[in-house]
Design a binder for this molecule. Structure first.
Ligand code: PNW
Length: 461
């Protein structure tokens, strides 16, 4: 409703950014042109059973060939900011050596197109497409990958920093490390718990090295940050095992990243929990100074929150492995097509907790959105009231956090387009714009028109 809109945008500060986000592998396609080499996702998509329906990113949204029209669409929808990622194997094939000029040229044109349309380009350097050759050399569990990442970052920075002011090193290192190396749910599909924790440290080290080198080379004042997927971990009850399970989940999901980034040390309780599991982070002298290089902004990606219990179903609090039980319980909320519970109050609680634990760090919502089973009409239009409601309630949650003192500078919806949703392939649709994958036709959904209207009203208030 219009009065509801007015109330919502009144809670957002002047200058608040409105944008959309995508990532390279999820939209570009054109995986074997202009010198691009395979990434771990190209390889993982060929593992039988890894991706629903056997889908791959070979074509995706064909954005590589349709980029100008897609940027025109962002403009038409009234967004002022576009967050995209750079495909490492396009820019630096095989993960080392000089820049591939044909790969750089695509991002050159993309940035120019955005600036010509008055849209602010926000570059994410790494959104999961590690060159396969670097995985063959050990991947993120190996320390050298952090140095390779910083080299790649500087190739992109040298090419685009004359025009790009806002830089994100990594997207969601939790997903890279844990889904990729512990749970085997994402590329490269490994299930090696200690290696996954080494990956956490080397991702953070790569972030720190890249941050310092970009800062040093910056031609003017630029903003550098990192994007984390974070959530609120609620205890199932006040009982000590439940409270402790929530503490451990918060430690492994939120504080293991933010403490070293902001405070220059890993949280002592997390280090102790890991030691009990026989895991030691491969921290070398000087690493934490690098990792805590000052950043200008924290990117927050939020999708859902969870409730944790420290009791097994039979009431035990210690498992056969001698380690404390931790498992999730339903919050009994409605769910999205990802089966993720819809918990907007978890968003407010999260943002307020970050503002409390890491004061003085401005935040931007770099992703928030939802997949639902969309039903297009014969013209391709989707009246996605469920997605509109998700945006309304989550923007209200952001406004509530700002009300409680959190410094939040903008909101980027995930995602501009329906796209390759990783292990779920094309079956899960997060777009505010429908993509017909047969014809590559784009049709804005009701949620796109809703966000457009909110941004317009907010700018003119
Ligand atoms: C993020 N989880 O991934 C990514 O940044 C996007 O590329 C992706 O499309 C989007 O969220 C939707 O999934 C996540 O299991 C993947 O908690 C998994 C989780 C969280 C975020």
């Amino acid at each position: 409703s219009v009065s509801g809109d007015a109330e919502l945008i009144a809670g957002l500060p002047a200058g608040f950014r409105w944008g959309v986000a995508t990532s390279a592998y999820q939209i570009e396609g054109a995986v074997a042109v202009d010198g691009r080499t395979p990434s771990i996702w190209d390889t993982y998509c060929r593992v039988p059973g890894a991706i629903d329906n056997g889908d791959t990113g070979d074509v995706a949204c064909d954005h590589y060939n349709r980029m100008p029209a897609d940027i025109a669409l962002i403009k038409e929808l009234g967004f002022d900011t576009y967050r995209f990622s750079v495909a490492w194997p396009r820019v630096q094939p095989r993960g080392k050596g000089p820049a591939n000029l044909a790969g750089i040229a695509f991002y050159d044109r993309l940035v120019d197109e955005l600036l010509a349309q008055g849209i602010d380009p926000w570059v994410t350097l790494y959104h999961w497409d590690l060159p396969q050759e670097l995985e063959d050399a050990g991947g993120w569990p190996v320390r050298d990958t952090a140095y390779r990442f910083a080299d790649f970052a500087m190739l992109v920075f040298d090419a685009l920093s004359d025009r790009v002011d806002t830089w994100t090193t990594l997207n969601e290192p939790w997903c890279s490390a844990m889904l990729g190396y512990a749970y085997g749910a994402h590329a490269p599909g490994r299930r090696e718990y200690p290696a996954a924790l080494a990956a956490v440290h080397h991702l953070l080290l790569g972030h720190g090295l890249a941050t310092l080198q970009m800062r040093e080379a910056a031609p003017r004042k630029i903003d550098i940050g990192i994007t984390l997927n974070v959530a609120t971990a609620y205890p199932a009850s006040d009982a000590e095992p439940d409270v402790d399970a929530a503490r451990r989940a918060d430690g492994m999901g939120r504080r293991i990243y933010l403490d070293p980034l902001v405070h220059g040390q890993y949280p002592a309780d997390v280090v102790a929990d890991l030691a009990a599991e026989g895991v030691v982070l491969p921290v070398e002298e000087g690493d934490l100074e690098l990792i805590s290089a000052p950043i200008d902004v924290l990117g927050v990606n939020y999708y859902f929150s969870q409730k944790f219990t420290g009791y097994a179903e039979d009431g035990r609090i210690v498992g056969d492995d001698g380690l404390p039980i931790s498992r999730t319980l339903p919050l009994d909320k409605p769910r999205t097509a990802m089966d993720w519970e819809i918990v907007p109050e978890g968003f407010t609680d999260l943002l307020v907790s970050i503002a409390r634990d890491y004061p003085g760090l401005p935040m931007v919502i770099t992703e928030n959105g939802s997949a639902f089973d969309d039903h297009p009409d014969p013209t391709g239009f989707v009246d996605d009231t469920d997605r509109v409601t998700y945006f309304t309630t989550h923007l209200a949650a952001v406004a509530a956090a700002i009300q409680q003192g959190a410094d939040i500078r903008g909101y980027l919806a995930w995602s501009l387009l329906d796209n390759f949703e990783w292990a779920y392939g094309y079956a899960k649709r997060f777009g505010i714009v429908r993509v017909d994958y047969e014809s590559q036709t784009r049709t804005p959904k009701a949620s796109a028109l809703y966000l457009k209207s909110l941004a317009e009203q907010h700018r003119s208030q």
